[in-house]
Design a protein around this ligand. Structure first.
Ligand SMILES: Cc1ncc(COP(=O)(O)O)c(C=O)c1O
Ligand SMILES: [Zn+2]
Length: 406
């Protein structure tokens, strides 16, 4: 495990590889530091290709010892070409990264697998989180398979589909009468009092690193090449920042050549603190979310500033997507690619359409759109499309109705 210590993103102070969520001196976020010189001498494409078919094939670039017996391991999700959607959008080459194929149908299984490996190393018997839904599913399932307890804190009015699955996995659900940001504050307070491994508080440094594997996989699945553009939804900004980091890692380690892709960030118009900060070239200001896209409803994004730095570094953009276009985009994705992504995917597709309309993305760009969660958890915005043709079980009657002569 070549991670050597944690370092504060703000003041640069070093910390040991423990369960420390933020810098004790300045409360800045912490990042694991790796011995890249050592990694460069051992990590090759062949070595990665010979590894397990999961995120653990990139263990050298993760800040935990991989589990001796990986169970329900996430990652190595399909990267599929979407020619009909590409054609619709006026692109030559478009791929979908189907993180819906993870055990609980979202990319959150990646981050939870890494955070839980650390939680187990530190001896925690309970893992916990604040969540907009998908993280709760992932924590609950991971606890179930590892034989740990799970406690999740979600806004009380989240999509039932997410909460019901979480309950089936056996987690204790605290339905908080408040927003996600209230849940987040609550878990920060509780983390000082309870001997639980809060995956996105004290273990956040480890959790966040799991998202780099999305970028590693895309590069590997494209035959060790970098795409030109990657479209990624933003809630806390962690996934977006770490995807950028992942592509940089691979390039700096000599595993791929070329330029790090432009990252296009996507937020719902009713919760777009990072998109607004980018558009107005200022710092992120917390807002009160009012969006149907519950998975991205974070008004005070912990990694908002890092996401801004990432978008600037990669020459990308961040767009807000109108609320009433989210369902339409979910339907466009489903009906042209056969992929039913959740509201966050509708937002990502909306941001891609905006980038194309503005000329930020050209026909010849090789584009990857992240589908980070499953539409079956958020069917609400497309419910009005459900209009079945109700018939009797009578072939003649149907043929007659279809105008087929008897
Ligand atoms: C489906 C989905 N996509 C994207 C995100 C954004 O993740 P982050 O908080 O790392 O920005 C979330 C967060 O909950 C999510 O549930
Ligand atoms: Zn600091």
């Amino acid at each position: 495990m070549p991670a050597t210590h944690l370092s504060c993103r703000k003041c640069g102070a070093d910390q040991p590889l423990e369960g420390i969520g933020t810098c004790p001196s300045c409360f800045g976020p912490l990042d694991p530091i790796y011995d890249y010189d050592a990694i460069r001498t051992t990590l090759t494409r062949e070595r990665i290709e010979a590894g397990p078919a999961s995120i653990w094939r990139y263990a050298e670039l993760l800040p935990v010892t991989p589990p001796a017996e990986p169970r329900l391991a996430p990652g190595v999700t399909p990267l599929v070409a979407a020619p009909r959607l590409a054609n619709e959008l006026g692109l030559d080459e478009l791929y979908l990264k189907l993180d819906t194929a993870n055990p609980t149908h979202s990319f959150k299984d990646r981050v939870v697998a890494v955070a839980t490996a650390k939680a187990q190393e530190l001896g925690y018997e309970t893992i916990a989180c604040s969540s907009t839904g998908n993280l709760a599913n992932a924590v609950a399932a991971r606890a179930a398979v590892e034989g740990l307890n799970a406690a999740v804190f979600c806004p009380y009015d989240l999509e039932r589909e997410k909460l019901v699955a979480t309950a089936a996995y056996g987690a204790t659900i605290y339905a908080v009468r408040g927003s996600y940001d209230d849940c987040s504050r609550l878990t920060v307070e509780l983390s000082f009092e309870l001997p639980w491994g809060f995956v996105n508080v004290g273990l956040r440094t480890y959790y966040a690193e799991g998202s780099k594997t999305v970028a590693y996989e895309i590069a590997e699945q494209l035959g060790w090449e970098l795409p030109d553009v990657v479209v990624c939804p933003i809630a806390s900004g962690s996934l977006f920042s770490k995807v950028g980091r992942g592509f940089r890692d691979f390039r700096d380690l000599g595993l791929v050549d070329g330029v790090v892709p432009r990252l296009i960030g996507a937020q719902a118009a009713g919760c777009s603190p990072v998109a607004s900060a980018w558009a107005e070239d200022r710092a992120v200001k917390p807002i009160r979310p009012a969006t149907i896209v519950r998975s991205l409803a974070i008004g005070s994004p912990a990694d908002g500033e890092t996401a801004l730095a990432t978008v600037r570094e990669t020459g990308g953009a961040i767009y807000p997507v109108p609320e009433d276009e989210v369902g339409e985009n979910m339907v466009l994705l489903a009906s042209t690619a056969g992929v039913f992504g959740e509201t966050a995917a509708g937002v990502s597709l909306g941001a891609l359409r905006e980038a194309i309309a503005r000329g930020e993305v050209a026909r010849t760009d090789r584009v990857v759109l992240l589908v980070t969660g499953d539409g079956l958890k958020t069917p609400g915005p497309v419910a009005d499309r459900f209009d079945p043709v109700e018939i009797e079980p009578d072939a003649d009657a149907l043929l007659d109705r279809l105008g087929v002569p008897a």
